[in-house]
Design a protein. Structure first.
Length: 386
């Protein structure tokens, strides 16, 4: 941990950077070190791992807050200090408020403390790559959750013993209190303080759970993230949250998904967009080029006279549609025409010769009406800086 670079330095940003600045910095570094753009470069591969780790922490507000306060120790699950992964237990708030308001008519607690109670939900956050979101991935989650005590099977009593009838309330769980008032004798009932309203007491509590019947455990859980999931979406895994009490059902596990940006592709719904640069002679004369897709490179024909900003559409080469029966979105490739900056003497002569071959009249020299820009047809580039 001492050898790790500062995550802000890794992304090349200042502490306190906004979410948008962090995302832009990640995309910039990903374009520099992404393995697809640096085949066989082990140094770039190591740098990309470092960039991914920095983005995973700084893109998560809770992890970022811990990192800003405690540094690497705040986000290292092996560093202690109570920072155990990304699980969030919403807690037994019912117990807390029930205890506070138990003397004022019950409050949030159930009228019957022996009734089955559902376990609370857990939330876990995972960060995956753009490709993993498109193709689906399995992850092993590390959870700290409430489980039924395996020592006493949830009974709360030490092995060989059992709960006994409360001697204070006789097993009713209630105590009747009579008070003399100007209006006569008023009788009120309230939960028995000795047994907490359960009617039973445990004289010999289980040493493992201390009579609670439940313990907190560290568990591993395999989670399948479906193909096509998008950044900010979540999946719910029923029954994998904290276990219930008194025979109640377990809560759910909610897995919130963060998708790292891609250095090449951008997403619009289930469609993908990318820019591909072609040489000016390819645009003028036509050519066959290789364009990137999530399934690998595909051959595409550039027709003669292709204009800058022309969009190629690859049907069904986008992102799988969730619950879409195998259907996928489309892949859109916007062509950028590269104009050479430095021409040799021979090249300049050729360009001059080509210019002389075109008619000099205004009508012939006028450019063709450009095709409608992509934003008018698809809405993806609206508001983007040119």
């Amino acid at each position: 941990m001492a050898d790790k670079r500062d995550f802000y330095d890794v992304l090349g940003i200042q502490k306190g950077a906004s979410e948008d600045e962090i995302k832009k910095a990640y995309r910039r570094k990903a374009k520099q070190y992404h393995p697809d753009l640096n085949p066989g470069d082990t140094t770039a591969e190591d740098r990309m791992k470092e960039v991914n780790e920095a983005y995973e922490v700084l893109s998560d507000p809770q992890k970022k807050g811990r990192y800003d306060q405690f540094g690497h120790a705040g986000v290292d699950p092996n560093a202690g200090g109570g920072f155990q992964g990304g699980s969030f237990d919403f807690g037994d708030l019912g117990d807390l408020f029930g205890n506070i308001f138990s003397g004022f008519g019950g409050g949030a607690r159930s009228a019957n403390p022996n009734a089955p109670r559902r376990g609370t939900d857990l939330e876990e956050r995972v960060v995956i790559s753009f490709e993993e979101a498109a193709h689906g991935v399995r992850r092993t989650l590390e959870l700290n959750r409430v489980e039924v005590c395996d020592e006493c099977a949830g009974a709360g009593a030490e092995k060989g013993s059992s709960a006994q009838t409360c001697p204070e309330c006789g097993g009713s769980g209630q105590k009747t209190v009579q008070q003399r008032t100007p209006f006569g004798v008023v009788s009120t009932s309230k939960p028995c303080q000795r047994c907490g309203g359960r009617g039973k007491v445990i004289e010999r509590p289980c040493p493992k759970c201390r009579g609670g019947g439940r313990v907190r455990k560290h568990v591993q859980l395999d989670c399948s993230i479906p193909a096509g999931i998008d950044n900010g979406q979540a999946i719910s895994i029923r029954g994998e949250g904290n276990k219930g009490s008194n025979g109640g059902p377990a809560g759910d596990l909610v897995v919130a998904v963060t998708v790292r940006p891609h250095p090449i592709f951008e997403r619009e719904g289930f469609h993908t967009w990318c820019d591909v640069t072609v040489q000016y002679w390819q645009a003028a004369l036509g050519d066959t080029i290789q364009v990137p897709t999530l399934s690998g490179e595909q051959s595409q024909r550039v027709t003669p006279g292709t204009q800058p900003g022309t969009v190629l559409v690859l049907r069904g080469m986008g992102i799988p549609i969730l619950n879409g029966g195998g259907r996928r979105g489309d892949a859109f490739v916007r062509l950028q025409v590269r104009v050479p900056e430095d021409l040799s003497t021979a090249q300049r002569a050729l360009v001059e010769q080509m210019r002389g071959a075109f008619p000099a009249s205004a009508d012939a020299a006028a450019p063709k009406e450009p095709p409608s820009p992509p934003e008018e047809r698809h809405g993806f580039f609206k508001g983007r800086k040119k």
